[in-house]
Design a protein around this ligand. Sequence first.
Ligand SMILES: CC(C)(COP(=O)(O)OP(=O)(O)OC[C@H]1O[C@@H](n2cnc3c(N)ncnc32)[C@H](O)[C@@H]1OP(=O)(O)O)[C@@H](O)C(=O)NCCC(=O)NCCS
Length: 152
Amino acid sequence: MCIRRPGACRPGRCVLVLPMTIVTWRGPFSNGEVNLLHSQAFKTRAFSDDEWDWVTLVERHSLGWVVARAGELLVGFANVLWDGFTHAWIQDVMVASNASRQGIGTKLVVVTRDAARAAGCEFLHVDFEPDLYDFYIHACGFQPTPAGLMHL
Ligand SMILES: CC(C)(COP(=O)(O)OP(=O)(O)OC[C@H]1O[C@@H](n2cnc3c(N)ncnc32)[C@H](O)[C@@H]1OP(=O)(O)O)[C@@H](O)C(=O)NCCC(=O)NCCS
């Protein structure tokens, strides 16, 4: 479904005008939905359910996950890892490209923050490319901090 917003469409890009988006902690989702959303958001090929079994992974390893739906349609998702005690990490934050800049990404982070806090966590971590500084630091409220990353 693609509802055109007046003036928002140009060839090759159509913006979804969303009905109310519901953002749910540990909401139900299917592997096919998240693999499709991942391919759209990160511009990768669509992994098959056998290659990337999100349902099993998040249930086994994550503190939780966040699902954003506009009606039936999955428009956002985030995976939330943790150390089992005080630190949580938000990972794989993704919003459908035709639903971006409507506040969904920010809501995914707010719901994650509240759920991690309710689980007893004291810190929520994220790492990101420099072009997302405005999103994570200004819009979502993370504080900039030195961090390290090792490619394995
Ligand atoms: C990054 C992403 C999650 C943002 O989701 P979103 O729903 O578009 O974000 P919001 O609408 O909540 O954005 C809030 C504000 O953050 C900033 N922002 C959002 N996306 C931005 C981007 N790509 N570049 C710079 N600033 C951005 C803007 O200030 C925006 O406010 P504005 O629309 O009034 O200018 C989404 O674009 C996405 O899925 N990107 C591809 C996957 C990805 O890179 N994920 C992050 C992995 S670390």
